[in-house]
Design a protein around this ligand. Structure first.
Ligand code: ATP
Length: 317
């Protein structure tokens, strides 16, 4: 697998305001990468540069092997974009919209197949003005997919969805993985990032503050897993497990979950102790994200997170 997106030291300023302050970013072919960050962090600016819609002030960018600033029209055909908001032509049916869009591409997917992928097969002949909000969002995704793109940009694809529509969208986005597309996704929903993304990159105030899997990020901020149970017998838990009492619960906080559980359950079996109400609570991505981004709402604010030797608060690529 090659690299679909390679960004080095990307910079963008608006007047004297630095929106993107020298970021590095790699997205491998076939992966789903979630790009997270607070409002105003620089996500849209970065993505618009990658899409070729916004000029940059510095750095190197390669998207599907081309510099977006100078890429030919044939490059644009390999990219699908789902914007935060869009308005389909109201008088066309869903099927007509896709057929029209497909005509712009040299190697499109079959519109009927794409309607099936996004779960709109039953609404193929519905005029788009009659589609519900969730159905319009599916059509947006279908319009991005019908050109058979190698790379799809999804900007907050499920904002405003009800919980079941979000879950259905996740299945659609998962389907892109099976089709072999590379996906760069922005979202403010941590559960969405955790469910969909192979890797997560967190940007705050124009710099990358963390990158890796959800577990990598948790380790980076020192987040621990909490194992708890309600003691019922009199047998003493091995001292090495570091058990504390919190109310009526016995609690172990650890970043070494499997060995700790093995030792705990081994002891429980051996001593005939029931680990009543046993719970294993991993740190949520939301907790980790809030730790990573706290105090970083403005460019130039004090760094509170993990530091790299080269740039405070930025993690190496
Ligand atoms: P959100 O999650 O709210 O969409 P974002 O991470 O996508 O935020 P950007 O839209 O990239 O953030 O904006 C980064 C910063 O640059 C913000 O402070 C924003 O106000 C500023 N900015 C964005 N576009 C412009 C512009 N055209 N002119 C001046 N400032 C801009």
């Amino acid at each position: 697998m090659g690299t679909a997106i390679e960004v080095r030291d990307l910079r963008k300023t608006y007047g004297d305001f630095t929106a993107v302050d020298g970021i590095d970013l790699d997205v491998e072919e076939g992966e789903i990468l979630a790009f997270l960050g607070p409002n105003g962090a620089g996500k849209t600016t970065t993505i618009e540069i990658l899409e070729g819609y916004r000029p940059r002030d510095g750095g190197r960018v390669s998207v599907l092997g081309e510099d977006p600033a100078t890429a030919p029209l044939s490059w644009r055909e390999r990219i699908g974009i789902v914007l935060q908001e869009s308005e389909p032509v109201p008088e066309l049916t869903a099927s007509e919209s896709l057929t029209m869009q497909a005509a712009y591409y040299a190697n499109p997917r079959d519109p009927a197949e794409v309607l099936g992928i996004v779960g709109l097969a039953d609404s193929a002949d519905q005029r788009t003005r009659k589609l519900s909000g969730g159905q319009k969002r599916r059509l947006d995704l279908a319009l991005a997919l019908v050109g058979n793109p190698d790379l799809v940009f999804l900007d907050e694809p499920t904002t405003g969805f009800d919980p079941s529509a979000r879950r259905e969208s996740w299945q659609m986005i998962d389907a892109l993985r099976r089709l072999g597309s590379t996906v760069l996704l922005t979202t403010h929903y941590m559960d969405e990032a955790e469910y969909l993304a192979d890797r997560i990159v967190v940007i705050a105030a124009g710099v990358i503050v963390a990158r890796g899997t959800a577990d990598d990020l948790a380790r980076q901020v020192g987040a621990v897993t909490r194992i708890s149970w309600r003691p019922t017998g009199s047998a003493d838990v091995p001292a090495g497990l570091g058990v504390s009492r919190q109310g009526e619960l016995a609690v172990i906080e650890t970043d070494s979950v499997v060995p700790t559980l093995a030792e705990l359950t081994g002891w429980a079996m051996g001593s005939g102790t029931d680990l009543a109400d046993l719970q294993v609570a991993r740190p949520t991505l939301e907790d980790v994200y809030l730790t990573l981004t706290s105090g970083r709402s403005e460019v130039g604010e004090t760094d509170t997170g993990p530091a790299s030797p080269s740039r405070p608060g930025q993690v190496p690529g």
